[in-house]
Design a protein around this ligand. Structure first.
Ligand code: 13P
Length: 255
């Protein structure tokens, strides 16, 4: 199985941007750009409070909606948290788990990432699992080890059937929001490593069928080169997903 048969997925991570009314407006603009572009799946991961408005705005378009985090318990005394069933009821199909900003600022660990991944999959959400090394880890030469450990722990007790609903996003922390993109060769090397980790655990066929995205300052100018790489099947895009023109160019590059 080769890249051509994997699903290309272009996902926007809006982070803490856009109110519900702004979200509706931007989704309408992006949906126009995505119309008829069936060569990739287009997903927008919006703030929790935007989910209702976003789902409404995306109805009848080929834009799918996702959240940016989820708690692993079903319900209870977890002030400020949101469960899988809550997300599903407001139209989320996807959820980002383990983003480096959650790991860096909100105490997310490989273990809690694993709990969230299992809960999301059990509840019927598709998962965009983020892994990636810091600049320090890259400079120490432990990029491969870092993403391997993150991937392995995140996928503990996730079987090959459940893996079909997992996308892995390789996001080098030093490339996020910095304007510093990994070169296409650097990104390809790590995405291939992640596929190797999947092959070890699930076998070649499952590894070859898994969508692996690159994220980190992906934009209208560099998307085509990154997406042309054999193991890069899509993008997880921050800043450029907030501009419909730029995001439209990235969607086109994935066709
Ligand atoms: P930027 O595209 O803004 O660098 O953000 C990448 C990212 O963190 C997506 O999850």
């Amino acid at each position: 199985m080769k890249k051509s048969v994997r699903k290309a997925v272009i996902a926007g991570n809006w982070k803490m941007n856009k109110t519900p009314s702004e979200a509706s407006e931007l989704i309408k603009q992006i949906a126009e750009k995505a119309e008829g572009k069936n060569g990739c799946e287009v997903v927008l991961c919006v703030p929790f409070v935007d989910l209702c408005a976003a789902s409404d705005a995306a109805k009848g378009t080929n834009v799918k909606i996702g959240a940016q985090n989820v708690h692993f318990e079903e319900k209870g005394a977890f002030t400020g948290e949101i469960s899988v069933s809550m997300l599903k009821e407001v139209g989320a199909e996807y959820v980002i788990i383990g983003h480096s900003e959650r790991r860096q600022y909100f105490g997310e660990s490989n273990e809690t990432v694993n709990k969230r991944v299992k809960a999301a999959l059990a509840g019927g959400l598709k998962v965009i699992l983020c892994v990636g090394e810091t600049l320090d880890e890259r400079e120490k030469g432990i990029t491969g080890e870092t993403v391997s450990v993150q991937t392995k722990i995140a996928l503990l007790d996730v079987d090959s059937e459940a893996l079909k609903n997992v996308i892995i996003a390789y996001e080098p922390v030093w490339a996020i929001g910095t304007g510093k993109t990994a070169t296409a060769d650097q990104a390809q090397e790590v995405c291939a490593k992640i596929r190797e980790v999947l092959a070890d655990k699930y076998g070649n066929d499952a590894a070859e069928a898994t969508t692996i995205q690159y994220g980190g300052s992906m934009n209208a100018a560099n998307a085509a080169e990154l997406l042309a790489k054999v193991d890069i099947d899509g993008g997880l895009i921050g800043g450029a997903s907030l501009k419909s023109e730029d995001f439209g160019v990235i969607i086109d590059a994935a066709q």
